[in-house]
Design a protein around this ligand. Structure first.
Ligand SMILES: Cc1ncc(C[n+]2csc(CCOP(=O)(O)OP(=O)(O)O)c2C)c(N)n1
Ligand code: SF4
Ligand code: SF4
Length: 638
C-alpha cells in the first residue's frame, strides 16, 4: 500500500494506546522492549546475557510486577525451553539473547515452530552489525527465513516498544513463536517515548497446560502435517504483512519516478536523515523481513527502473525483491550488496549510506555533495585489556610460569579472560565460541598426545556449555588440564548472577551449585581449588596437577575486582625500584606505569592485588592486600 490508503488497516497498529493513560520516558531501546513486553502482559521472561541484548531482561526484572517471573537461565537453549513451557501453558513468554545465542537455542526453536505455542511467545534476539562485541556478524532475519518464523525488525526505540506488543499479539493469534530482532543501534539507542502507565498494562490470564499428546508430542507424522500448515500460513501472512502499517511505501517526491530505495531497521532512519524531503526516490521500509510483504513489494516496484537495497548484514530485502521481480516478470534492476553498491560486511553509517545513495542517484560523490562529514582525526589505538588487579591475569601468569619450556596448547574461551591473549601474557592460542575450548583441547590432544593441553573456561561459561565438554573429555580418555577461572560472576556481560553465585534474578538467595562437586561427580579425581593471587602456591599447583594422568582440573577462585572493594593499594618504593620493569613486562597490569626509568603505581587503578609485589625481584612493591573468596580447606580439593 502507499501510505496505508489502498488496503485494510492492520489491526495491531490501531488497537493500543488510544484510550490508555501514558507518560513519557527517556529510554534505551532495550528498556523500551522490556516495557513493551510488560505492557503486553508478559508472564515469564528467560534469557542468557549477551551484548547487545542484556538490558531487556534486566529491565523486566527491575520494572516487573510481582506476578511476572524472570530468570537468567544457564544458557539460551535452557531459556528457550523455559519460555516454551510457559507458553505451552498459555502464558505470554519472552526469551532474550544475542545473535550467537540463537545458535545455541536453535535446536528447541526449530522444533518449537512445528509444535507451536498457546500463549504468545516472543524470541528477542539482538544482532550486532560490526560486530562490536560478538564473534560473528550473523543476521537473524536469515534465521527467521530458515526457521520459517515470522520476524519483526524495528527502526527506532519508539517502534521497538510498539512492535514487541504487535509481536505478542501475532504470536498468540497464530500459535507460533515470533522473532523480534533489533540491532545494536536500536537496542542501545535512546529516545523519549510515550509508554503506557503500569496500572494499565495488559493482564494476561494463564489457562494452564492442557494435556493433548496429539498436539504437544513431536513425531515425524505430526511434523509433516504441521510443515504444510506452516507454509500455507506464511503465504497468508505475507499477504497480511503487506497491510501492516509498519511495512510502508513513501511515494517519490519530485520529478524522477524511475528510482526506488528499499530499506529496513536502523538503515531506514539513516536514509530518511540523508534524503531531501522535497526530492527523493520512492521508498519501501520493510519491518517484517519474513514472511516478506510480497504484494506491497510488487506495488513498490511498479514503474521503477532501478532499486537500491540499503541493508546491514545479509542481503535479505535484496534477495526477496529479486525473487519478486522474477515471479512477476518485473523489469527492475535490483542493486545492493550483491551488486557491490552496498558494502558486504560491517555496520552501515549515515556516511556510508549517504555515499551509496549519492552514487545511486547520480549525484556528486558523497564528499562533494556534503553528505559525509570530514574525516575525524584518528583516535589513538587502545586495545582492550584485563582490569588492573583482575584475577584472570594472575591465573594466566601462574600457568605461564609453571609451563615455561614445555610443549603446550592454551585453549581459551569467551569472557573477560579472552583478553589473556594480549601481550605480555599471550596465553590464548584458540578461541571459537562459548564452551568450545574444552573440546578443542581434546581434539588437539588426540592428534598430538605429547602436547600439554589446557582449556581455560570462566565460571559462567562452565555452567553454560563447559560441563558437557568436560564429560566428553573424561569419557573419551583425554589427557588435559581444565582451568576454571571462577570470579563468581558473569563479568564480561555486566556481572549477571549464575548458578555458582547463590542468587537468582527473582532476588532469592539459593544454594550455590559447586563447580568442584560437579567435576568430582563427573569422575575427576584431581580437582584443586586455589587463589591465583597466592602466586607461588598457584604455580606449584599447576606444575603438579598438569602432570597427573587423564582429565584434571584447577579452579582458580578469586572475585572479579569490579565487584570487590579494594582493601589497600600497593606502592613502589623508589629507593628499592631499580627500573628493571619486570613487573610491567611480565604482567601488563595497567596500574603499573613506567616513569623516569622506574615504575610507579597509578593508585586510581590499583586494587592492591599484590601480584606485582610477588613478582618484583627486589621487594620494591608493598602495601597491597588481596581480596580472597572463601576457599575450601587446604588440600581438601583433591
Ligand atoms: C552463545 C553465547 N551466549 C552469550 C554470549 C555472551 N557472553 C560472552 S562471554 C559470556 C560469559 C562470561 O562469563 P564467564 O565465563 O564467567 O567469564 P568472565 O567474563 O566472568 O571472565 C557471555 C554470556 C556469547 N558470546 N555467546
Ligand atoms: S597490586 Fe600491582 S598488579 Fe595488582 S593491581 Fe596494583 S599495580 Fe596492578
Ligand atoms: S571485569 Fe572483572 S573479570 Fe573482567 S577484566 Fe575486569 S576484573 Fe577481570
Amino acid at each position: 500500500m502507499v501510505n496505508g490508503a489502498a488496503h485494510r488497516v492492520w489491526p495491531f497498529c490501531m488497537s493500543r494506546g488510544m484510550y490508555m493513560h501514558t507518560h513519557t520516558e527517556f529510554l534505551m531501546g532495550n528498556e523500551a522492549i522490556a516495557l513493551g513486553a510488560l505492557a503486553a502482559g508478559v508472564n515469564v521472561v528467560a534469557g542468557y546475557p549477551g551484548t547487545p541484548s542484556t538490558e531487556v531482561l534486566e529491565t523486566v526484572a527491575k520494572r516487573r510486577k510481582d506476578d511476572v517471573y524472570v530468570e537468567w537461565s544457564i544458557n539460551e537453549k535452557a531459556a528457550m525451553e523455559v519460555a516454551a513451557g510457559a507458553a505451552y501453558a498459555g502464558a505470554r513468554a519472552m526469551v532474550t539473547m544475542k545473535q550467537v545465542g540463537l545458535n545455541v537455542a536453535s535446536d528447541p526453536l526449530m522444533s518449537l515452530e512445528y509444535i507451536g505455542v498457546k500463549g504468545g511467545m516472543v524470541v528477542m534476539v539482538a544482532d550486532d552489525p560490526g560486530p562490536i562485541s560478538s564473534q560473528t556478524e550473523q543476521d537473524t532475519r536469515t534465521f527467521a527465513q530458515f526457521s520459517k518464523l515470522p520476524c519483526f525488525d524495528p527502526s527506532s526505540v519508539a517502534e521497538a516498544y510498539e512492535m514487541v506488543q504487535d509481536a505478542f499479539d501475532l504470536s498468540e493469534r497464530l500459535g507460533t513463536p515470533v522473532i523480534f530482532r533489533a540491532t545494536t543501534r536500536v537496542d542501545h539507542g535512546y529516545e523519549s517515548i510515550e509508554v503506557i502507565d503500569a496500572d494499565e498494562w495488559k493482564q494476561h490470564p494463564v489457562e494452564g497446560f492442557i494435556k493433548d499428546p496429539s498436539r504437544w508430542v513431536i513425531f515425524p507424522r505430526l511434523s509433516v502435517i504441521n510443515h504444510a500448515k506452516i507454509e500455507a500460513r506464511n503465504a497468508e501472512l505475507s499477504d497480511e504483512f503487506s497491510d501492516y502499517c509498519r511495512n510502508f511505501i513513501v511515494p517519490e517526491a519530485g520529478e524522477d519516478k524511475r528510482l526506488g530505495i528499499a530499506t529496513h531497521g536502523i538503515n531506514y532512519a539513516y536514509v530518511r536523515e540523508i534524503l531531501d524531503e522535497t526530492h527523493h526516490p520512492r521508498l519501501m521500509r520493510v519491518a517484517t523481513p519474513f514472511p516478506f510483504p510480497e504484494r506491497s513489494a510488487v506495488e513498490f516496484l511498479q514503474g521503477l527502473d532501478e532499486v537500491l537495497c540499503v541493508e546491514e548484514l545479509d542481503p535479505v530485502v535484496e534477495r526477496a525483491l529479486i525473487a519478486v521481480c522474477g515471479k512477476y516478470h518485473l523489469d527492475v534492476k535490483i542493486r545492493g550488496k550483491l551488486t557491490g553498491d552496498i558494502k558486504p560486511a560491517g555496520e552501515n553509517t549515515v556516511e556510508s549510506v549517504g555515499a551509496a545513495l549519492a552514487a545511486f542517484m547520480g549525484e556528486a560523490p558523497a564528499e562533494e555533495a556534503g553528505v559525509s562529514a570530514p574525516e575525524p582525526p584518528q583516535l589513538p589505538v587502545r586495545p582492550p585489556v584485563l582490569c588492573a588487579g583482575c584475577p584472570h591475569r594472575a591465573s594466566f601468569y601462574a600457568v605461564k610460569r609453571a609451563m615455561k619450556g614445555r610443549k603446550t596448547l592454551f585453549c581459551g574461551d569467551i569472557g573477560c579472560y579472552t583478553l589473556g591473549n594480549a601481550a605480555p601474557l599471550d596465553m590464548v592460542d584458540t578461541c571459537l565460541c562459548m564452551g568450545a575450548g574444552i573440546n578443542i583441547a581434546q581434539g588437539v590432544f588426540h592428534v598430538e598426545p605429547d602436547t600439554k593441553c589446557f582449556a581455560f573456561v570462566g565460571d559462567s561459561t562452565f555452567f553454560a556449555s563447559g560441563i558437557t565438554g568436560t564429560i566428553n573429555a573424561f569419557y573419551n580418555q583425554a589427557d588435559m588440564t581444565l582451568v576454571v577461572l571462577d570470579n563468581s560472576t558473569t563479568a564480561m556481560t555486566g556481572h549477571q548472577p549464575h548458578p555458582g553465585t547463590g542468587r537468582t534474578m527473582m532476588g532469592e538467595v539459593v544454594e550455590k551449585v559447586s563447580i568442584e562437586a560437579i567435576l568430582r561427580a563427573i569422575g575427576l579425581t584431581c580437582v584443586e581449588t586455589v587463589d591465583p593471587l597466592d602466586h607461588e602456591l598457584a604455580v606449584e599447583t599447576v606444575r603438579r596437577v598438569a602432570d597427573e594422568p587423564g582429565v584434571k582440573a584447577i579452579i582458580f577462585k578469586s572475585p572479579c575486582v569490579v565487584l570487590a572493594k579494594p582493601q589497600a593499594r600497593s606502592v613502589v618504593d623508589p629507593d628499592k625500584c631499580v627500573g628493571c620493569q619486570r613487573c610491567v613486562k611480565q604482567l601488563g597490569c595497567p596500574g603499573l606505569v613506567p616513569k623516569d626509568g622506574k615504575v610507579v603505581i597509578d593508585e586510581s587503578l590499583c586494587t592492591g592485588c599484590t601480584l606485582c609485589e610477588q613478582v618484583c625481584p627486589f621487594d620494591a612493591i608493598s602495601g597491597g592486600q588481596r581480596i580472597a573468596m572463601d576457599l575450601p580447606q587446604a588440600g581438601g580439593a583433591r
